[in-house]
Design a protein around this ligand. Sequence first.
Ligand SMILES: Nc1nc2c(ncn2[C@@H]2O[C@H](COP(=O)(O)OP(=O)(O)OP(=O)(O)O)[C@@H](O)[C@H]2O)c(=O)[nH]1
Length: 372
Amino acid sequence: MTHRLGGRRKNVKKGFQFTLMVVGASGTGRTTFVNTLCDSNVLAKKICDNPEEAHNEEGITIKPVSVELDEDGVRISLTIVDTPGFGDNIDNEFCFQEIVGYLERQYDDILAEESRIKRNPRFRDNRVHALLYFISPTGHALREIDIELMRRLSPRVNVIPVVGRADSLIPQELKDFKRRASRMGCVMEDIEHYNIPIYNFPYDVEEDDEDTIEENSELRALLPFSIIGSDEEIVVGGRTVRGRQYPWGAVEVDNPQHSDFARLRSALLSTHLQDLKEITHDFLYENYRTEKLSRTVNGGGEQDDTAVNAEDTANQNVRMKEEQLRKEEEKLRDIELKVQREIQEKRAELLNKEEALRTLETRLAQAQIVDA
Ligand SMILES: Nc1nc2c(ncn2[C@@H]2O[C@H](COP(=O)(O)OP(=O)(O)OP(=O)(O)O)[C@@H](O)[C@H]2O)c(=O)[nH]1
């Protein structure tokens, strides 16, 4: 079920917090996309690599940066988590682990916070709500590394595949690459073939309204989104627009005929922001939590901070229950004593009355004897 921003007046006033991770090999256009999305230089461009150091494998660095955006009058506090260095190494296993580890650490923080007796008012929820996976515009099927990473990340985050630098392919090539199976294979065919549970703008024909179904099926049909990014402005037919100028013509970032940038931007920051957050909390985090806690209960051997916290909470619950039972027993004992006291008082009262009756009867009998 998709939720719109408009229905949440309180949040509209306060604004929304959203965290977006961007992953993709170097040169796929991640940095330019982020800067185009935020309309400012949020991420610094990598300045020309030193050829003497090019063979050094630097590994991946995960860098969150925050930026405040105004989306049609709604404040969005957007955190971008960039992952430069992904796919640059011969062995990418370390990169996979770093990214999955980062996503899981944010869940662990929430789990630990939920288990605390006293909440930390300054606690910040850093869970990642969506991950844009940048695919190189090769025109070929997905690479093994793309399939492997999307498959590993999908259980932990809403993965949305995008084709970066989409203007590197001519429109027909791009169409074939996105959806239409050709000799080369295509992105969506691979995603379906390998059963990768990406975020596919879910809808329920029975439950959702017509507009939601229509909008979500349109967005689903655009997957993977083709992205053109540019931090430059060009003049096209007298209009100043963000785009890229070529000798043969121009491509415009915000023109839906040229790129899916505008549709993706509005899905992320407006129409589907709440849905992505809800799936993260209700489904992805909940699954992680269940896995983690059942591993702890089943003695999976993992005894980290969260496990200890969960154990503390369980012990505390037992102690609270014991205390409650003790109080109830005390209350029952008091009632019992009170009832016993009342019975004794009534019995004494009855005995007194019997005594008085007997005295009366004796006096009556004596009076009758005197009369006779
Ligand atoms: N044609 C075209 N070029 C692009 C596009 N987006 C970025 N580029 C160019 O591609 C090159 C790499 O872009 P970046 O945004 O730095 O790519 P990146 O994925 O962040 O790469 P690293 O910074 O090396 O991790 C730059 O020269 C950009 O100007 C695009 O949509 N179309």
